[in-house]
Design a protein around this ligand. Structure first.
Ligand code: GDP
Ligand code: MG
Length: 149
């Protein structure tokens, strides 16, 4: 079973969208493994977005992401890394289809309300950056037998 890292960004938190975003992952049939509501440091966000360090928006992005609380989560399910990215939509909300989280709930690329890992390798790296092993909760959902054959 795959795990991915999802975070409601400061704009999503301030706009009251945590519940809506959690609902979409829950109702899809994914399982919540870890969650924390935190205001992270700029240094932490620089590590999180290290692969974008040469982009012109990197500094503003890291400042913004540490400017207020984020709701950080680990979700688990079959093929979740790729499927969560489909649920998110495109990086630019203007290119995101209605029905996707960004396509339904935001308009601007610099305020696109949610982060989701783009590859399995990055998911592992990001989960390790945000959560300690003891913060990951292992349990068997009663719905599992009805979600998977
Ligand atoms: P994501 O994986 O879809 O979140 O996109 P990226 O990893 O490419 O970029 C990380 C985040 O940087 C995005 O979610 C945006 O918030 C922001 N970002 C990406 N491209 C741009 C841009 O061209 N301008 C601005 N202002 N922000 C951007
Ligand atoms: Mg990315």
């Amino acid at each position: 079973m795959e795990q991915t890292f999802i975070a409601v960004k400061p704009d999503g938190v301030q706009r009251g969208l945590c519940g809506e975003i959690i609902k979409r992952f829950e109702t899809r049939g994914y399982q919540l493994v870890a969650a924390k509501f935190v205001q992270s440091s700029e240094e932490h966000m620089k590590s999180h977005y290290a692969d974008l360090k040469d982009m012109p928006f990197y500094s503003g992005l890291c400042k913004y992401m540490s400017s207020g609380p984020v709701f950080a989560m680990v979700w688990e399910g079959q093929g979740i890394v790729k499927l969560a990215r489909m649920m998110l939509g495109e990086t630019n909300p203007a290119d995101s289809k209605p029905g996707s989280i960004r396509g339904d709930l935001c308009v601007n690329i610099g305020r696109n309300i949610i982060h989701g890992s783009d590859t399995l390798e990055n998911a592992k790296r990001e989960i390790g950056l945000w959560f300690k092993p003891e913060e990951m909760v292992t349990y068997t959902s009663c719905a599992k037998a009805f979600l998977y054959e």
